[in-house]
Write a protein that binds this ligand. Structure first.
Ligand code: PHE
Length: 358
C-alpha cells in the first residue's frame, strides 16, 4: 500500500495539466481504478486482516483524492500566474502619438502676432479689408488712374465676372493700401491703424510668390510729419529685432504718398550670415510717405484739416530676416518637415511683457 501511495502521489505531483490529472484520478481511485480493485480483495481476507486493510485503503483513497484537489488548485493558480505574466500591460506607458502630434504656428502667423503686439502698444488698431477688391479701392482711390504706368507694373491678377458687372470686385488686391481708403471711409480721422494680410501679384522666384503678406500702416492727425514716421518705424524695428535698428530713408515715388520714401534697415553680412541692427549695410524693407491729399479726399476726409503717414511692409520678408529663412517659396509649400522646423508653438502668443521672440 505504501508503494501505491508513493506511485500515485508522485504522479500527481508531476502532472502537467488538468487532463493528466484526470487520467491519474481514473486509474487510481476511479470505479475500476487500482484502489477499487484492492477494495474488492477485502472479501477474501480474514476479518482481522480486513480490519486493518479496510481503513488503510479508505485512508489511501482520501489521501489521493485530496492530493488531486490540491494539485488541481495549484495548476489553476499556475495557469492564472502564467496569464498574468504574458497578458501584462503597462498602463503607465505614454499613449502612442496619433499622426505627428502637435501642429505649429506658421512663421507668417507668428510674425503677424509679433508686429500686431508692437503696434498695439503704440496705439495702432488692426483693420481689415477684402482680398478681392474693386479697381476703385485698389487703384483709383489711391491716386492711380487707369492710364497710370503703376497699374501695369503691379502684375495684377484680374478676375473675369460672368455677370458682367464691372463695378463689382474683380481684382486680387496687389497691396494692403486699399484698406487705407476703406478704414478712412468707415472711421474718419484721427486714425491709427495697421492692416496685415495677404496680397497678390503675378511673380515667382526665390523672393517672390504670387500670394504674399503685407502690413499697411496709417496714422492720420492734424500735425503728423515724416519725423513721426521715422520714429515709429525705428521703434518698431528695434522692438521686432530686439536690438537698436537704424533706418535709412531714400527718396522714392508712389502715387499715393508725397513725399515718398523707401526705407532700409541697418544690417551686416558676416561669413554669409545676415545680421540686422549692426554694420554699415542696408536692406530694403518697405515703402512709405506722407499720404497724398487726393488719397485722404478719396477716403472722405478733408486733406486741409488732416494729414498723415502711411507705410507698406512685407511680412514674409521680415519673417525671413528675423528667423533666418532663406527661400520665400517654402512658406507656401505646406511641407510638414519645414513647418515643424520653422513653426512655433501654438497657444504661445507673443507679447511685449512675455517676450516676442521664440
Ligand atoms: N503699397 C505699396 C506697395 O505695395 C507700399 C506703400 C504703402 C508705399 C503705403 C507707401 C505707402 O508697394
Amino acid at each position: 500500500m505504501d508503494d501505491l501511495k508513493a506511485k500515485y502521489l508522485g504522479q500527481i505531483a508531476d502532472a502537467a495539466d488538468e487532463s493528466a490529472l484526470e487520467t491519474i484520478r481514473v486509474t487510481a481511485v476511479g470505479k475500476k481504478g487500482e484502489v477499487a480493485l484492492k477494495m474488492r480483495e477485502l472479501g477474501k481476507m480474514t476479518p482481522e486482516e480486513r480490519q486493518v486493510a479496510g481503513p488503510a485503503l479508505n485512508a489511501l483513497k482520501d489521501e489521493i483524492n485530496s492530493a488531486i484537489v490540491a494539485k488541481r488548485a495549484g495548476l489553476a493558480d499556475a495557469a492564472l500566474d502564467e496569464r498574468l505574466r504574458t497578458e501584462w500591460l503597462d498602463v503607465t506607458l505614454p499613449a502612442r502619438q496619433r499622426g505627428h502630434g502637435q501642429g505649429t504656428m506658421h512663421p507668417v502667423s507668428q510674425v503677424t502676432e509679433e508686429l500686431t503686439a508692437i503696434f498695439a502698444e503704440m496705439g495702432f488698431a488692426v483693420a481689415e479689408g477684402p482680398r478681392i477688391d474693386t479697381d476703385w479701392y485698389n487703384f483709383d482711390a489711391l491716386n492711380i488712374p487707369s492710364h497710370h504706368p503703376a497699374r501695369a507694373e503691379m502684375d495684377t491678377f484680374y478676375m473675369s465676372r460672368a455677370d458682367g458687372d464691372n463695378r463689382a470686385p474683380n481684382v486680387l488686391r496687389t497691396h494692403t493700401s486699399p484698406v487705407q481708403i476703406r478704414t478712412m471711409e468707415a472711421k474718419g480721422a484721427p486714425l491709427r491703424i495697421i492692416c496685415p494680410g495677404g496680397v497678390y501679384r503675378a511673380d515667382y522666384d526665390q523672393t517672390h510668390t504670387p500670394m504674399f503678406h503685407q502690413v499697411e500702416g496709417l496714422a492720420l492727425d492734424r500735425d503728423i510729419s515724416m519725423a513721426n514716421l521715422k520714429w515709429t518705424l525705428e521703434e518698431f524695428f528695434s522692438a521686432f529685432f530686439e536690438i537698436d535698428v537704424k533706418t535709412r530713408f531714400r527718396a522714392s515715388h508712389f502715387p499715393f504718398t508725397e513725399p515718398s520714401a523707401e526705407v532700409d534697415i541697418q544690417c551686416s553680412w558676416v561669413d554669409g550670415q545676415l545680421r540686422i541692427g549692426e554694420g554699415d549695410g542696408w536692406m530694403e524693407v518697405l515703402g512709405s510717405g506722407m499720404v497724398h491729399p487726393s488719397v485722404i479726399a478719396a477716403g472722405g476726409i478733408d486733406p486741409e484739416e488732416w494729414q498723415g503717414f502711411a507705410f507698406g511692409m512685407g511680412i514674409d520678408r521680415i519673417a525671413m530676416l528675423k528667423y533666418g529663412i532663406p527661400d520665400l517659396r517654402a512658406f507656401f509649400d505646406s511641407d510638414l518637415r519645414w513647418l515643424r522646423h520653422y513653426g512655433f508653438a501654438s497657444l504661445d502668443m507673443p507679447n511685449l511683457h512675455g517676450g516676442l521672440s521664440r
